[in-house]
Design a protein around this ligand. Structure first.
Ligand code: ADP
Ligand code: MG
Length: 249
């Protein structure tokens, strides 16, 4: 049995406005396994970003428990890369360390090594506007990894990118997450992305989100996401999840 790194128990979130209440999440239970890539798919507005916001502590929960198994350092990567145009790639990648006052010689070296390892060596002293969308997202991931998080939260990390870039980036992200031994929770509305990258896919219902189905994704010859898309098992998972989501259209 794989160890759980995080347990979400009976999580409920109600947003209170002046005149109304919105039940965004109702009694949600999820166990996140150590070093897995867990994809979460669900209809727009069902509460996915709210869930990640609660895990980071940015959004307060209404009730329920979030139990970390010791390691609770979280790295949060957003839909847009949020690189600062006036800082070089290296300076952008170092910003998390700067904010956390952890810009030590050793950590700077680690960030340099990550940039070298993942194809950004020649761009370290360039500015974000000279990079492609996929490269920018890789910088954003390295910036997130720089502070050495235990769990990565990825909120639709590809949605601002074109199709070809998304495909290439899914392989890159997969490699980086696996090489660095991280646990990742990835939100996506793209079923193919979820099935090709994740070891498990959780399908949520429409708001208030609850679990509709959980799929263990197994490929006989598990490979990089772009290869998994061609595997014979791929369509089977894709169709089942598509049907789950279709009910809510
Ligand atoms: P998703 O990421 O799945 O698209 P969200 O988590 O962003 O969904 O939102 C879930 C629901 O909660 C939506 O109906 C949204 O309108 C509502 N919501 C999100 N943020 C707030 C807020 N700050 N105040 C009130 N309602 C909110
Ligand atoms: Mg969202």
């Amino acid at each position: 049995m794989q160890e759980n790194i995080l347990k979400i128990q009976n999580l409920t979130k109600i947003y209170h406005d002046k005149s109304s209440e919105t039940l965004a999440i109702s009694n949600l239970n999820i166990d996140v396994r150590d070093k897995e890539i867990l994809a979460i798919v669900g209809p727009s507005g069902c509460g996915k970003s709210t869930l990640l916001g609660i895990l980071t502590g940015i959004i307060p929960k209404s009730s329920g428990k979030i139990i970390f198994n010791g390691r609770k350092k979280i790295g949060y990567m957003l839909q847009t890369d949020c690189l600062m145009p006036w800082r070089t790639i290296l300076e952008n990648a170092l910003i998390g360390l700067e904010i956390n006052k952890k810009k030590t010689k050793e950590n700077i070296k680690k960030v340099n090594d990550l940039l070298d390892k993942y194809g950004l060596h020649d761009f370290k002293n360039k500015y974000p506007n000279s990079l492609s969308g996929g490269m920018r997202q890789r910088v954003a991931l390295i910036r997130t990894l720089a502070t050495n998080p235990d769990i990565l939260l990825l909120d639709e990390p590809y949605s601002a990118l074109d199709y070809q870039t998304r495909l290439a980036l899914s392989d890159d992200l997969y490699k980086i997450i696996k090489d660095e031994g991280k646990t990742a929770i990835m939100i996506t509305h793209d079923i193919a992305e979820a099935v090709s990258m994740a070891s498990r896919v959780i399908v949520l219902t429409k708001r208030p989100c609850q679990i509709k189905n959980v799929y263990e994704i197994k490929f006989e010859n598990s490979a990089l996401p772009t290869e998994n898309r061609k595997a014979k098992e791929f369509n089977h998972y894709y169709d089942m999840i598509w049907r789950d989501l279709d009910v809510h259209l």
